[in-house]
Ligand binder design. Structure first.
Ligand code: FPP
Length: 251
């Protein structure tokens, strides 16, 4: 018998190894593998997405408990519009479903809900759910929970460039551009860049996520499908992150 065989014991062991003063302030996640999780169980893809929402509940709650300051979840990309209509509709029902049960808890936990991405193409029920979430948590000062919906990194950069050009042309700002000024035109204007990016399901790609913001982030990949991702995996990612040396180009 091993010493740490239950999930609870493994969790305690990892928690003892983790430096609680160096929890990554901003964690971004590419939640991938719902479809494969379902297929391996002979279930429809929707079952994978539904189970994926359960993982979101757990990850949000646990990250908050650990003192993460910003959690950014890639829930729907600009490329995901190429999926079959039934699946798009299903994915679009998830933010509302999640917030329906979680919003009161998020309000109480001082979490701030935010959207990154272009709301224009999102169905009205998604915009409404997010707007309500934002409004209800507007005065909160704790963890920022960013939902990336209809989000694409290139689209975000192009949109920022266009907004900056418009402001230069209208005389709102001068024509000097530096990184700080450019960042202020991104969806993440007031938010520090991610310290850690987690991607599930064994893919080793960024997939057009936070292209500008991930410049110096630590990347952590796992083969585990998103519906199976749990607090132990999150603790392992944080522990591995703490073993790395972030040099930001310096020696
Ligand atoms: C990527 O591939 C995943 C998505 C497009 C959707 C992810 C959405 C969730 C995990 C739920 C979001 C929850 C809320 C509350 C917004 P895939 O999972 O379809 O997997 P595959 O590559 O195995 O087919």
């Amino acid at each position: 018998m091993t010493d740490f065989n239950t999930q609870e014991q493994q969790e305690q062991a990892l928690l003892q190894k983790i430096d609680r003063t160096r929890i990554p302030a901003h964690i971004a996640m590419i939640m991938d593998g719902n479809g494969r999780w379902a297929r391996e169980r002979g279930l429809p893809r929707s079952a994978g997405h539904r189970q994926g929402v359960e993982t979101v509940r757990e990850v949000v709650s646990y990250s908050h408990g650990l003192g993460v300051k910003v959690l950014t979840l890639f829930a729907f990309s600009t490329e995901n519009w190429n999926r079959p209509p039934w699946e798009i509709n299903f994915l679009m029902s998830l933010p509302e479903q999640y917030l329906h049960t979680e919003l009161p808890k998020l309000v109480e936990k001082n979490v701030q809900i935010n959207l990154i991405g272009d709301p224009e193409r999102l169905p009205v029920q998604v915009r409404k759910a997010i707007a309500e979430g934002r409004e209800a948590t507007r005065r909160n000062t704790g963890m920022i929970l960013n939902f990336a919906l209809n989000y694409g990194g290139r689209m975000e950069i192009v949109r920022a460039a266009q907004a900056l050009v418009n402001d230069v042309l209208s005389g709102k700002t001068d024509a000097r551009v530096d990184e700080g000024k450019f960042s202020s035109y991104l969806y993440t204007a007031a938010i520090p860049d991610p310290d850690l990016l987690i991607r599930t399901s064994g893919e080793h790609r960024i997939s057009n996520f936070l292209l500008w913001q991930l410049a110096y982030s630590e990347l952590w990949f796992t083969k585990v499908y998103w519906p199976d991702f749990n607090r132990l995996h999150l603790l392992q990612a944080i522990y591995d992150y703490q073993q790395r040396q972030r040099r930001f180009g310096k020696i």
